[in-house]
Each structure stands twice: as C-alpha cells, then as structure tokens.
Design a protein around this ligand. Structure first.
Ligand code: GCO
Length: 444
C-alpha cells in the first residue's frame, strides 16, 4: 500500500479537492441566476461534444450539503470551489441576494465539517449580458465591482481567494481556437481578451483589498511546458512561442513586465487596447499563486495558415506514450520541470497545486469503480510535488481535480475527472478506488 512522503503529511501540507461552479452546480435559472456565456455557448448546436449543457450537471446547488459531508468523509480539510458571477449578480450588475445566500449556506456547511474554503472568483462563467465579454475593457471594471460585492458579503469567511482560473483558457481557447465560450476565432482579439483578463485581475485585487485587508489573494494559472517535436530551430522557436503565449502573456504583467515582442506583433493594431498605467494595475502584490498541471505539450513549426498566425502547431501525443482517456500524455516529470522553469524566470509567491488529475472513464462495476490509472497518475504526481519541496520549492498544498465527475466543458459529460463517480441519471455519488486511496493516505 502506498504511503505519503513525510513532506506531504496533512499536518504540514494542505490537501484538498477542487470543483468549479458551472461544472457542478446545475440549477442554471434558479433563484434569479442569469445566463453565463457557457449557458449560451452550450445552446449553440455543435459546440459540446455530447450536445449536453450545465442545466443540471451534478445538481450540487441542491445537493451541496451531502457533497460537503462526502468531502469530509474522504478526509479532506480543504475545498476549492468557484463562485458563479451570474448567480450572485442581476442583469444590471446588482446583488442577487438569493444567489449570494447559496454560498453562505455552502460556507456554513463547510464550517460545520471543519473544511477550509478556497474560493475562485472567476472560473469561466462570465455573465452573458456583459456586452463584448472580455473583448470589452468595461468587463474588467465590472469584475472589480463583482469582486467588491463578494468581499463585502463573504470576505470575512474566505481566508484565501483567487481572482481568475486559467485566464489562458478564457482568452485563447475562447477567442483564438474558439473551442470554449464565447467561441470566437481571432488571434489578435484573443490577446486583447488576455490583457483585459489581467487588468480585471489587478482591479479585482485592488477592490478586494479596499474592503478586506486580511485575505490571502492570488491567481490560478496553467503554465505550459512545451517541448519541440525535433531540435530543428523552427520547432524550437515554435515551442518557445507557445510558452510565451501560455506563460509570459500572464506572468509578465503580474510582475510588471511587458509582453515579449512576438506577442506585441501578433496583437498588431489592437495593441491600442493596452493603455498607459495598465501594467502597474496588473502587477498588484500576490500572496500566492495556484498552478494547475495535467500534461505537457509538444509543438512544431506551424503547418496551417491559422497556425502561422500563432506561430506553432501542437502535435498530438501518440503511442507508445501513456495517455489518459482524454488523450493527454501522462508526464509527471513535467510538473517538476514547469515549476522549476517558472522559478527561474519570475519571483514567485508561495505556490499551491490547485488542480491535478486525470480523465479515467472507468465505469461502475458491481457498485465500485476501479480507476487504477487515475490512482497511478495521482501517486506519480505526489512524488513530484514531494521532490520539488525537497529541492526548495515553496509548495504549500495540493488539490485533486476533481471531487466528482462533472461537466467537462466542450467534452460535455464524456470525460470523467472525478475521484467520486456520478451517475448523471440518478445523481448517485460513488467514491472510486482513487477516493478511497486518498482517504486512507490522508488518515495515516
Ligand atoms: C481547468 C479546469 C477544469 C477542467 C480540468 C480538466 O481549470 O482546467 O479548471 O475546469 O475540468 O482542467 O480539463
């Protein structure tokens, strides 16, 4: 039976599980919730692989009390979740009391079970009525107002808060590749969105701190580790461009640094969207940074016209590489490499691994789910975390993605990331072997 490295013992290291609002809550019109861009995106034919949506999801909105009990039973003392902006504000950006009350009830339940909340303010479910979304600079100011509202109503109960989750996905999957909401395909605009997201982050931190000075504040990123397909200079350059987009585009502003020239060239005339003084707003002091890690990428010199605009083409991993069920390479060493890479370039605050996990679609058999691949995946990544800490990295905690199977964005319900199985017809929860393994590890 595996054991936890002494450096990861729960007495000195924070263990949690993670979810996000749109992926689990359902109740998409309950108690005055207004539509998010993911509600409208799901309604467009062809956007979601299994033509599903988030209207019911895990019905967590109604089942949160049982879900919190389950988190406690599994032995987690920390829970990362996100607050749905369109649930707690109205269509004219005022407080929606009923929506806010849901999070108060959730916090009460966590409190009763001795679980510390770790909240994210924006995990992609942008209110659909905000005109232009992240392409409109005003959205950054609306985000600051929303942040202030959460700080006023929940701030004294939230010890740690992240502004954005993976702004790269909102910016580039949403506005360049167009596979995430709002489904735009425009390279230069994706860079505008990235800038407005970072501006929102900075304005949000200012707004929160003006209300609640004690909260530990940060952001959650998914930095890239991108290896070139070959050592030909054009492939090496392509891999570097992919990393600039994924890392420098977000980390540079956080530390008051300009974007690399290659990104400035790609934004072209739209660079006017970035105004004097913006960099200083983005570079608010950070109390922590959350890192999400799943896999690495392999890039080669661009092959299509669209790829030429972004400067690289990703190469899908093939056998004999080990893949999870979503097709991502299992590459635990990448976690060490990516953290070391960031440490070498930016003055990082304390780190939390805020997401790590695998799509393992093993189903129920005789009332149990034997997700051995996920167990191996998790254990291999725990080892990397311990190794990093041993070598001096300041990593304070680890959150498994995800507590339960849920709405996996453009994949709908076809990919299962949960350590708890969800039967989406009955909403029955069944802890998988991975959950039982974690329960045992955390108890010892
Ligand atoms: C993320 C996402 C999750 C995904 C997970 C698996 O932040 O990337 O938070 O929502 O479900 O990454 O793709």
């Amino acid at each position: 039976m595996p054991a936890l490295d002494p450096l990861l013992q729960p007495t000195r290291f924070e263990w949690g599980c993670a979810t996000s609002s749109f992926q689990i809550e359902g109740a998409s019109t309950a108690d005055g919730k207004v539509p998010s861009i993911w509600d409208t995106f799901c309604a467009e034919p062809g956007r979601i692989k299994d033509a599903s949506d988030g209207r019911v999801a895990c019905d967590h909105y109604h089942r949160f009390a049982d879900d919190v009990r389950l988190i406690a039973e599994l032995g987690f003392k920390h829970y990362r979740f996100s607050i749905a902006w369109p649930r707690i504000t109205t269509s004219n950006n005022r407080l929606n009391v009923a929506g806010m009350d849901f999070y108060k009830r959730l916090l009460d339940a966590l409190d009763q079970h001795g679980i510390t909340p770790n909240a994210t303010l924006f995990h992609w479910d942008l209110p659909a009525h905000l005109e232009g979304g992240w392409l409109n600079r005003d959205t950054a100011y609306r985000f600051a107002e929303y942040t202030e509202l959460v700080a006023r109503h929940l701030g004294d109960r939230l010890p740690r808060v992240a502004t954005l989750n993976e702004p790269w996905c909102s910016a580039f999957l949403g506005h360049d590749l167009g596979v995430f909401a709002p489904g735009v395909q425009n390279r230069a605009q994706s860079l505008v969105a990235a800038h407005h997201l970072m501006l929102a982050h900075g304005l949000g931190l200012q707004a929160w701190r003006s209300v609640q000075a004690q909260t530990s504040l940060g952001i959650v990123l998914n930095p890239e580790l991108c290896d070139p397909l070959t050592d030909r200079p054009e492939d090496v350059q392509a891999a570097r461009l992919a990393e600039w987009e994924r890392n420098d585009c977000f980390l540079n502003p956080l530390f008051g640094r300009e974007w690399p020239d290659a990104l400035l060239e790609q934004i072209g005339e739209l660079n006017a969207a970035r105004r004097d003084g913006d960099l200083a707003i983005c570079a608010q002091p950070l109390d922590f940074m959350g890192l999400n890690y799943y896999t690495r990428s392999i890039a080669r010199a661009p092959v299509t016209v669209n790829d030429a605009q972004r400067g690289y083409t990703f190469v899908a991993p093939t056998a004999p590489k080990r893949l999870t069920d979503i097709g991502w390479e299992i590459y635990p060493e990448g976690l060490t490499r990516v953290v070391q890479n960031l440490q070498a370039q930016w003055p990082l605050p304390p780190l939390w691994i805020t997401e790590n996990g695998a799509a393992d679609n093993t189903g129920l058999a005789h009332g149990a789910v034997d997700d051995g691949m996920r167990c191996d995946y998790l254990l291999a990544h725990f080892e990397q975390v311990a190794g990093l800490i041993r070598n001096g990295a300041d990593i304070r905690g680890y959150y498994v993605w995800s507590l339960m199977d849920n709405f996996e964005w453009a994949h709908g319900y076809s990919q299962r990331f949960g350590i708890v199985h969800v039967d989406f017809h009955t909403q029955k929860r069944t802890p998988k072997r991975s959950a039982l393994m974690l329960q045992k590890l955390l108890r010892e």
